[in-house]
Write a protein that binds this ligand. Sequence first.
Ligand code: C5P
Length: 227
Amino acid sequence: SALWLVVPAAGQGRRMGADKPKQYLTLAGQPIMAHTLARLYQAFPEATLVLCLDSDDRWFQPEWVPFTRWQRVTGGKERMDSVLNALHAIPAQEADIVMVHDVARPCITPDDLHALYQAAASHMAGALLAMPVADTMKRANTEQQSARTEPREGLWHALTPQGFRYALLRQALESARHYQRVVTDEASAVEALGEQPLLVSGRRDNLKVTHPDDLALAAAILSAQNI
Ligand code: C5P
């Protein structure tokens, strides 16, 4: 059964406020992208990678890709457009499970990757790594005042990777695009079809590097993991 990995890496990372997209910032001596791809390869050396890059990307270097089978595609306006471009590059008859993983999550571990793959392969609606919400959740009003408290029971943070059967994921994202719904993860698009992906409890240190402070945090996590 053929596993395809899709890594959307066509974002600008504006919240980072850096001079280049965050996936190219250095973490423990290597660009974030190189860390992320190395972790994916460590878990799935036989997989085929599709990497989504911005059409104006000036930083990507192919030596960061450890996979023997891989290709690049041009990213789209939104993350979902980038992922759809990747799916269109995958021959439907050769794909079984597709796992999508943010380039900005370099601290993903082989154990979490394997757990998610197993869940995605055994659950028809697919699966995503996720983490139960630990903090009390507040709903703000327009004045940024705490208007009410949302029950956190049953609330999870959606992480990546998220894994689905190729046909389901493609149908879900094409439907979202058709109805002009922007989804920020693949599971949202699948839910809109009436399917319920499995929430797989993942490690709390699967950080998405988003803000400047996250760089030091991610470096500390990587060295503590010792993988
Ligand atoms: O902005 P955020 O960090 O949530 O983006 C999540 C992932 O989606 C990142 O890996 C980013 O590079 C990717 N992305 C993309 N194409 C876009 C927007 C974001 O591949 N148009």
